[in-house]
Design a protein around this ligand. Sequence first.
Ligand SMILES: [Zn+2]
Ligand SMILES: [Zn+2]
Length: 324
Amino acid sequence: MRALRIPHPGTLHLAEVAEPVAGPGEEIFRPQLVGLCGTDLDLIDGLVDPAFVRYPLTLGHEWVGLDPAGRTVVTEGLIPCGTCVRCAEGRENLCATYAELGFTRDGAAASAVAVPRSLAHEIAPGIDPLAAVIAEPASVVYRAMERAIPASGARILVIGDGTIGLLAAALARVWEPERVDLRGLRTEQAILAEHAGVDRFLTRRAAKGYDLVIEASGSPAGVAAAIAATRRGGTLALLGYLGRDVRFPLDVDALINADLTVLGSFASTSASWRSVVELINAGTLDAGWLVTHRFALTDYVAAVDALRHPGGARGKIVLEIPQG
Ligand SMILES: [Zn+2]
Ligand SMILES: [Zn+2]
């Protein structure tokens, strides 16, 4: 079969490889759509913390496809052991043994992928696969929201106009906030911010006084803006990676004086996946609008190029895997 492989950092190519073999409890799934994100670029470039990656590797941790019975499914990307203390707590993202599709195990940018059956979530008939392909990033956002637990009537600011930021803005509605604003960099993203239902799309203006700020830009300037925008006693949720060797000078005294809750949120849990799939199946989270670019698997070079050099309104970039 064909698979989009990173044999070693710096190289990406379509390779002819053997079909995966299902291990105990696993099944073979047929991916249809595979989303690409900034983390995939970091994987290609060798910028992901070595503790969280194993090369050679098939790319693809965001996907929707078919199970052996022909049902449309998404599967969780983290593969938890199910028996350690953190797994027992429902914090599979902190499992003692880290394994993840598209990071340490072959991902879904291929004709077939092996995944434990228990991690598959069925997508209801009639739901557009484009609305399901964002299940992974949505589960990452949902898990952060579950930790931040905004009170109803909260004023929420999202920093970052990429797919995580846009999804955070869309998902924040579940918590019935007073308003959700989004601070971005590119005015071209305004149309997507509108789809996400944001009250105000800010590009330059300083923002202040928010109960919850979600940092999804992954830039030092974004983190600084996020701290400044969180009200005293508010919560700052960090979702955007700055990059392995980037340090940010923390004004600790200011954080203490502001009585801030600062939280990092890593990946997703089974519970966040169940919640997100429920929202997708109910039509409450209908974010097909987020997919702005579609490429055939064979056009992966153009897809990666579009990911590296955003132009115009750019949401999720998706690869279409040929069927049959
Ligand atoms: Zn991703
Ligand atoms: Zn575990």
